[in-house]
Design a protein around this ligand. Structure first.
Ligand code: ZN
Ligand code: ZN
Length: 374
């Protein structure tokens, strides 16, 4: 029967953590990738068996009671593990050796992001815009291959076509075999006998082109439109990335957008607000006749349903919210002033006392309600 505790160099009452630590220490020292030679290999096998048993609570319990899974015809444990498997187990995937073999010349291109300025009207109804941008496209001379037409490639003689060069390095783990990409062929494993004159072997060239873009109704500043495959073509003629068009809506002279509602303000003379009137209002949907009822107050709000921005998702449109501002006349001539005084006398308002309005009833309350969408 094997003495696994001795193999790992731990006592019989070692904790699981101590066993793990002991194995890690031995494995670093003895793994064949680090320490070639038949003696180390044999030792490594024994240490691995020991950890296989002691590292598993159930196997360890059985072993302590006299059952040894490796006692007769021990399986070739440990052969199947590479050094990087063990490194992965302890240090997380990717800690061991990098992927092997030459890399492909073709890679997917990068996504591209461009900005598109549009008018508010385009956001309300949607539009079609033209956008000129500069991106990488497939080289027409070599069709993305990178080789000057009529020439070929040859296997890199520095790395022998593997795309990487292996080195033995000393590190805190002992001797470790590492590999780095071959500088001569940039990891491709082969070199172009004569790179394409047009693209210098990259398989793509930069060019300006114009795209028609359908801007859906309802977009707002910051909305991104994704155009699949319209981004940068990849090296070696690899598939193109996506193009993202980020919308920026120019501020409008009279309409302000809040969500999908549009807000504007009309100014009415004091007399029109008192008597009522029909005001002409230019909207994105044409001229609208706005009924102003007699006694309209500053800050009053009139809502025109469905004249706002089209909802980006779903159907329908937001509202157009019209805020009223009442203009008090300033320069009065003598006759106007006299008439206003008579009017005040008729209403008993020669010496009015300012009254405090209940909270929420004044202009501020109305503004707040309008912003909340009440
Ligand atoms: Zn080319
Ligand atoms: Zn090479």
């Amino acid at each position: 029967m094997n003495d696994y505790y001795a193999d790992l160099g731990v006592s019989r009452d070692a904790t699981a953590e101590e066993i793990k630590r002991a194995y890690r220490k031995q494995a670093r020292k003895l793994h064949p990738d680090v320490n070639p030679g038949p003696e180390a290999e044999e030792q490594f096998k024994r240490v691995s068996q020991a950890y296989d048993v002691l590292g598993d609570p159930e196997k360890r319990r059985n072993y302590d009671m006299g059952a040894d899974p490796y006692a007769s015809g021990a399986a070739a444990f440990g052969q199947g593990f590479s050094f990087s498997d063990i490194m992965d187990a302890f240090f997380g995937a990717g800690a061991g050796a990098a992927q092997r073999g030459p890399r492909s010349r073709q890679r997917r291109g990068q996504d591209a992001l461009v900005r598109l300025d549009i008018d508010l009207a385009d956001a309300v109804f949607g539009s079609e815009s033209e956008l000129t941008l500069e991106t990488a496209v497939v080289c027409e001379t070599c069709h993305g291959d990178g080789a000057q037409p009529g020439t070929s490639r040859r296997t890199c003689d520095v790395c022998g076509g593997r795309g990487e060069i292996q080195q033995v390095q000393r590190s805190f783990l002992g001797q470790v075999m590492t590999s780095r990409p071959c500088m001569t062929c940039h990891g491709y494993g082969e070199v172009l006998v004569s790179p394409c004159f047009e693209c210098s072997g990259d398989g793509r060239v930069r060019t300006r082109r114009t795209l028609k873009i359908k801007v859906p109704a309802g977009v707002d500043t910051g909305t991104r439109i994704q155009l699949a495959g319209e981004g940068e073509v990849g090296p070696g003629g690899g598939p193109a990335g996506d193009l993202y068009v980020e919308v920026a809506v120019r501020p409008h002279a009279t309409f302000q957008r809040r969500g999908d509602d549009l807000h504007c303000t009309i100014e009415l003379p004091m007399t029109a607000a008192a008597l009522g009137t029909t005001a002409k209002l230019d909207t994105f949907d044409g001229t609208n006749e706005l009924e102003v009822r007699p006694g309209t107050q500053p800050g009053d709000v009139m809502t025109l349903r469905g004249l706002g921005v089209t909802h980006l998702r779903g159907s329908g449109r937001g509202d157009l919210v019209v805020h009223v501002n009442v203009i008090t006349p300033t320069r009065l001539d003598a006759e106007q002033e006299e008439l206003l005084r008579q009017f005040a006398t008729l209403r008993g308002e020669e010496r009015p006392e300012g009254r405090l309005a209940p909270a929420g009833h004044g202009l501020f309350g109305k503004l707040r309600d309008a912003l909340k969408g009440k």
